[in-house]
Design a binder for this molecule. Structure first.
Ligand SMILES: NC(=O)c1ccc[n+]([C@@H]2O[C@H](COP(=O)([O-])OP(=O)(O)OC[C@H]3O[C@@H](n4cnc5c(N)ncnc54)[C@H](OP(=O)(O)O)[C@@H]3O)[C@@H](O)[C@H]2O)c1
Length: 295
């Protein structure tokens, strides 16, 4: 069985590759020109915005794991991939969506996925959508700020059921390899509802030094990330944080039960993620990075 992974160097995709490798499978990786080959994979040079390259990458492929990037043209990237997969006879597509996407359809990077979801439904029964909440691993880019005593992501007071990308990938691997997931949307959520202050408190407890939540001020957040993020992305993420602050993104009991069912165990928690980062040395190394280089 040949599996193509698009987005396989990213936060979720690299864990999907690791999960497939652990089962003795070497997936084909869609790699943009100039990116180094990844051990344990077969390279297909290509780009989601380059349709001919996708036709070549999909040739002989049975199953596709598809991550579409944060990009103003994300819809085109996703539609290109679905069209190429259909034309090549790919029988199963597992797509990375977003938890409760319909409720956030005013947010550009939520809305850009909706036409891709519609195209998948039209493509037939061989699709599954993984619908994750906000990733713990987003915090890795924030470790310098956290080490300096501030948790800067303006998540708000209502809270989100944040989730570990390793759990998202575990679900994706099952949906790629096993029967019973076709035509289903799988929410992937963490075990607790965390607001900005609670996330800061988890880091404070682990580091043994003060970590304060930076607060909900989106104007201040925009100014802080202005040197780091393009305007379209600041606008997009501001709408997302405003939505988190106004409505939260807490899982329902059914979402949590569905996550437990696909994992066969409870999902990982934030304290465990932080402990893992400490044990690997990644947190200590990141804490040394200059704060100015982080969002
Ligand atoms: N972050 C969250 O909390 C969260 C929550 C729910 C859903 N999501 C969704 O998750 C997706 C992002 O997943 P992620 O965080 O795992 O990805 P990521 O870490 O941002 O990495 C993006 C991946 O896509 C690849 N890529 C980017 N542009 C490409 C192109 N034009 N052609 C081919 N490959 C391209 C990148 O490859 P290179 O190595 O070439 O850069 C990389 O492998 C987004 O759709 C986002 O909306 C995110």
């Amino acid at each position: 069985m040949r599996i193509l992974v698009a987005g396989g160097t990213g936060k979720v995709g690299r864990e999907v590759v690791a999960g497939l490798n652990a089962l003795g499978l070497a997936p084909r990786l869609l790699l943009r020109p100039g990116r180094p080959p990844v051990p344990g994979t077969e390279t297909a040079r290509g780009d989601l915005f380059d349709a001919p390259s996708l036709a070549a990458a999909c040739a002989g492929v049975d199953r596709l794991f598809l991550v579409t990037p944060l990009d103003p043209e994300e819809t085109a990237a996703g539609l290109n991939a679905v069209a190429a997969a259909r034309a090549a006879g790919v029988r199963r597509i597992v797509f990375l969506g977003i938890h409760n996407i319909e409720a956030g359809r005013h947010i550009p990077h939520f809305a850009t996925k909706l036409p891709v979801l519609a195209a998948l439904r039209e493509a037939g029964p061989g699709w599954t959508v993984i619908e994750p909440n906000n990733f713990f691993q987003n915090d890795i880019d924030l470790f310098g700020a956290i080490g300096a005593g501030v948790y800067p992501q303006p998540l708000g007071a209502l809270g989100l059921s944040r989730v570990d990308t390793r759990d998202i990938a575990a679900a994706a691997v099952r949906a790629l390899l096993e029967d019973g997931f076709a035509g289903r949307c799988l929410p992937l959520v963490g075990p607790e509802v965390l607001n900005g202050a609670a996330v800061a408190a988890r880091y404070q407890a682990a580091l043994g030094r003060p970590v304060a939540y930076a607060g909900d001020d989106l104007t201040r957040w925009n100014e802080a990330v202005r040197p780091l993020l393009p305007g379209w992305l600041r606008h997009d993420l501001s709408l997302m944080y405003g939505y988190f602050q106004a409505r939260g993104l807490a899982a329902s009991d059914q979402d949590l039960a569905a996550t437990r069912a696909v994992l066969g165990r409870p999902p990982r928690d934030l304290a465990g993620f932080i402990a893992g980062q400490q044990a690997s040395g990644a947190l200590a190394e990141a804490l040394e990075r200059p704060v100015a280089a982080q969002a």
